[in-house]
Design a protein around this ligand. Structure first.
Ligand SMILES: *[C@@H]1O[C@H](CO)[C@@H](O)[C@H](O)[C@H]1NC(C)=O
Ligand SMILES: *[C@@H]1O[C@H](CO)[C@@H](O)[C@H](O)[C@H]1NC(C)=O
Ligand SMILES: *[C@@H]1O[C@H](CO)[C@@H](O)[C@H](O)[C@H]1NC(C)=O
Length: 846
């Protein structure tokens, strides 16, 4: 009886099992088991419908390949099985043998491609997983952690998906790397590969066959140095180095983001992000991004700086070698021999991608001071760095041969200082900012951190903001700000990441959705635009304070119907600013476009704008030195974000005191993006026939020739900085001799009387020692020649690092000439407020 029951129980369980297994096989189209197969035209679809596996023909080709692609975007093939063995017709099929080998068969049942595994499986099953991995495993093994018998992730094609790895599987002894397609029509092995090179430290290298084509800097414990931050803001890189593997992979910060890394057939790597709205792929980063990204472009012992006219320059202590000439630069050699008897010193170079790891040695536990001593003691040691930024500052990497493939980076973040050995006789008077001698670093590991911490903190803050932005934009979908007719939500927008907005190209194809409010609702919030609610009036029309039902306050800019700011500027501003999230940029909440009305709705800034304080004899006293420094730093951070960290490079073009708003704690926020321009990734300057901006803040190349670049904003920032510390307006400035504030500052600076620049209401002794430094920075920013001006990145590091040496400014623009708009320079009374501070637009006759 008992036996019978047991039998019955087993039979019952078995039936249920069979039943469910069958159902599973019927429903799940993501697996193949022995006996089953898929033929050309059939597909496997992963469980959450993200990936498909099947047969395809790339581009113009008629040949058939087995591959995996995104279901939502079938042209994005992420893996190909028979890269070099196409099937000529559509009679191919994929089966799995009884022992677990995948077999790709042609019409004559000949094997075209096989997974080639030697271990036999009892119950093999092939499955397409939702991360794009096509795997073979034992169906009856319930052991989830057991590794797959075979997986497509072990033999990548040209695309690295999240969860895929590059590098070495030490346990099984094979390498994983990407190999580009030969052409868009031909997935066979191309010339280019992307590998994780492991030589003491790891770095990512693109090879053209066996020749290095481009490389990142080495892994520093947190990221690969030398990669600009933009892609880093989208994902976290992960390097695993243990006895099983030495690999690189990445995870996206925001999981719904679908992204990939692709090596294309011309040797470029591209980070691509799926854009839901346009249902296309946005390329967010390309490498090598310019000539300096090409391996060894300038030869040995040189720095490649794409922002210079002569992009190749020898390292300090080196001179061009005999094969170098004007047209082809071929590297540098030491200009005088190293002393090697204690007469050598080190020059610090920062903001660069480190030299390639050739002829290096690494000691993980040495401090920077020990590293220096060790390097000095070995005559063949050419340079050293602190190799690990996360390991508490220890780690010593030394170079013994030529320094190869150093480039200047546009963004300073996460770069490591390299200390290059030079004979003491080479150390002349050198005050250049990037290659200044740094005696303070001698035998002391601390200063490296004083530079790193602010930079890393800045990066963290930016990351934080981006994450908050993404969260907030998800949350704000359908959130009813005014509790009126919010018709659309603020969208997280990945469009136009790399789109260059050409002059004259006004209507952008991809438009950003922004909350749209009805005129009735805005009118109600501002009590029918009552004059008591008016905050001020600018060139474009009045600004009102509004109150939402919940009590929150907003600022409402109602463009006057006659205003010069038309529909295009409004849209420009709305689209631009809706995408930006930074604590030093004013936030746009929505807009209202109805009949003739054009209205922008912003967060409310209780302290209005900077000019109201700065140029008012009484209110000025409220701005003590600490507040002024905070304002200067905030503006610098906001501009740095616009220039370097926002997903679009943005040039504000109309930075001035009245466009700096102050919140209740006197934190500055940059506003008014009506004139701003988006720059594409490699666009460095542009020309316009329509000069917009404000006299006194415009650099000469722009005011006179219409040429603008990020350095135009740097000029305006310099003017603003000098205005903030002196409390004087640049234009309308009157003082014996000088025609404007810049000229005045220059005279004071050259006569060694920089302290005279201090606003007399600042009776703050503490600020006295630091003030000349601010004058210096301000003057560097307003130099006549745009190339001489520092980038905002340099400015931020000068502001944050009080000990860094500053270079001497050259004479500023407009120092001793009447400033442009003649009528304005005739104004000789001190101006107090921004009401007249109109923005000008000149049409240049051409
Ligand atoms: C699962 O597989 C792994 C790897 O083969 C093995 O180490 C582990 O002991 C297995 N676990 C179980 C419960 O069988
Ligand atoms: C790759 O190397 C080949 C020579 O092997 C060369 O002809 C080709 O120009 C290189 N490609 C690039 C993009 O540099
Ligand atoms: C200097 O360093 C190199 C590379 O590590 C080593 O081969 C050489 O022996 C060292 N020379 C001295 C004098 O220590």
């Amino acid at each position: 009886m008992e036996k019978n029951l047991t039998f019955f129980f087993f039979f019952y369980c078995f039936s249920i099992f069979i039943f469910f297994t069958n159902i599973h096989l019927l429903l799940a189209a993501d697996t193949i088991t022995p006996g089953g197969f898929i033929q050309d035209g059939d597909k496997l679809v992963s469980s959450a419908q993200r990936f498909e596996l099947g047969f395809f023909s790339p581009g113009q080709s008629k040949s058939r390949y087995l591959g995996v692609w995104y279901k939502q975007s079938p042209e994005k093939v992420v893996w190909v099985a028979n890269r070099n063995n196409p099937i000529p017709d559509s009679n191919g099929s994929l089966a799995i043998s009884d022992d677990g080998n995948l077999l790709l068969l042609n019409g004559l049942k000949g094997v075209i491609w096989s997974s080639n595994i030697s271990r036999k499986l009892e119950n093999p099953v092939a499955q397409l997983l939702d991360n794009g991995n096509f795997i073979v495993k034992d169906n009856f093994s319930s052991n989830v952690s057991e590794s797959y018998l075979w997986q497509s992730f072990d033999s990548p094609t040209d695309i690295l998906l999240p969860e895929m790895k590059l590098g070495r599987n030490l346990k099984a002894g094979f390498d994983m790397y990407l190999t580009a397609w030969r052409s868009a029509d031909d997935p066979s092995y191309g010339d280019f590969t992307l590998k994780l090179d492991i030589h003491l430290l790891s770095e990512m290298v693109i090879y053209n066959r066996s020749v290095k084509f481009a490389r990142t800097g080495p892994w520093n414990g947190a990221f690969y140095g030398g990669i600009p931050t933009k892609p880093n803001l989208l994902f976290v890189p992960i390097v695993v180095n243990n006895q099983d593997e030495y690999t690189y992979r990445y995870e996206s910060f925001n999981n719904p983001i679908v992204m990939l890394l692709k090596l294309n057939n011309s040797g470029m790597i591209q980070w691509q992000v799926w854009n839901e709205r346009t249902t296309g792929w946005d390329v967010v980063y390309i490498a090598p991004e310019d000539l300096c990204g090409h391996y060894r472009h300038c030869g040995a012992n040189s720095v490649c700086d794409i922002d210079k006219t002569q992009i190749c320059e020898c390292l300090k202590g080196f001179a061009p070698n005999s094969q170098s000439n004007q047209t082809s630069f071929n590297g540098c050699v030491r200009h005088s021999q190293l002393d090697c008897k204690g007469g050598d010193e080190f020059i610090k170079l920062d903001g660069i991608k480190l030299a390639d790891l050739i002829d290096v040695s690494l000691n993980e536990s040495m401090s920077l001071a020990e590293c220096e001593a060790k390097c000095l003691n070995n005559c063949s040691c050419q340079a050293y760095i602190n190799s690990n930024v996360t390991g508490g500052g220890s780690g010593c990497l030394m170079w013994f041969g030529d320094l190869i493939d150093i480039r200047k980076l546009v963004e300073n973040r996460g770069t490591q200082d390299i200390f290059i050995r030079v004979p003491a006789s080479e150390l002349g008077t050198n005050s250049s900012v990037q290659s200044s001698t740094d005696n303070k670093n001698k035998g002391n590991g601390k200063p490296i951190w004083t530079i790193f911490i602010p930079i890393l903190t800045l990066a963290m803050v930016i990351l934080g903001f981006i994450v908050t932005y993404v969260r907030r934009s998800i949350r704000s979908k359908g959130e009813d700000l005014l509790q009126f007719d919010v018709s659309m939500g603020l969208d997280d927008d990945h469009a136009e990441l790399t789109e260059v907005k050409k002059p004259g190209e006004s209507r952008s194809r991809k438009e950003v959705k922004l909350p749209l409010f009805s005129f009735a609702s805005v009118s109600a919030a501002t009590e029918n635009f009552s004059s008591t609610n008016m905050l001020g009036e600018g060139g474009f029309g009045p600004v009102y304070k509004g109150t939402l039902l919940k009590g929150d306050q907003i600022a409402v800019k109602r463009l006057s119907k006659r205003s010069g700011q038309g529909w295009e500027e409004l849209k420009n501003e709305a689209i631009l600013i809706a995408k930006l999230q930074h604590k030093n940029l004013v936030r746009l909440l929505g807009c209202c476009i109805e009949q003739d009305e054009k209205i922008l709705i912003y967060e409310y800034m209780s302290n209005k704008s900077l000019d109201i304080f700065l140029f008012d004899p009484e209110k000025r006293k409220l701005l003590d030195w600490t507040i002024r420094v905070r304002i200067i730093e905030g503006i610098a951070q906001g501009l740095l974000y616009l220039h370097e960290y926002s997903r679009l490079r943005i040039i504000h073009r109309d930075l001035k005191a009245s466009n700096i708003l102050l919140d209740k704690d006197m934190n500055p926020k940059i506003s008014d993006f009506g004139m701003a321009r988006i720059f594409g990734g490699d666009e460095l300057q542009a020309n316009t026939q329509r000069i917009v901006g404000t006299y006194g803040y415009m650099p000469p190349e722009y005011a006179l020739e219409g040429v603008f670049s990020i350095k135009s904003d740097v000029f305006s920032f310099g003017v603003l900085l000098l205005e903030i510390i002196s409390g004087k307006k640049n234009t309308g400035f009157y003082q014996a001799e000088s025609v404007n504030l810049l000229g005045y500052a220059w005279d004071k600076w050259t006569n060694d009387r920089a302290l005279d620049m201090m606003d007399p209401v600042l009776e703050d002794a503490a600020s006295e020692h630091i003030l000349p430094r601010y004058v210096n920075i301000g003057l560097l920013c307003v130099q006549e020649n745009a190339e001489d001006r520092p980038s905002m990145c340099d400015v931020v590091s000068m502001l944050m690092n009080e000990t860094a040496t500053l270079s001497s400014p050259k004479q500023p623009a407009f120092a001793h000439v009447r400033s442009q708009g003649g009528s304005r320079s005739s104004v000789t009374r001190p101006e107090n407020c921004s009401v007249n501070d109109i923005t000008v637009t000149i049409m240049e006759p051409r």
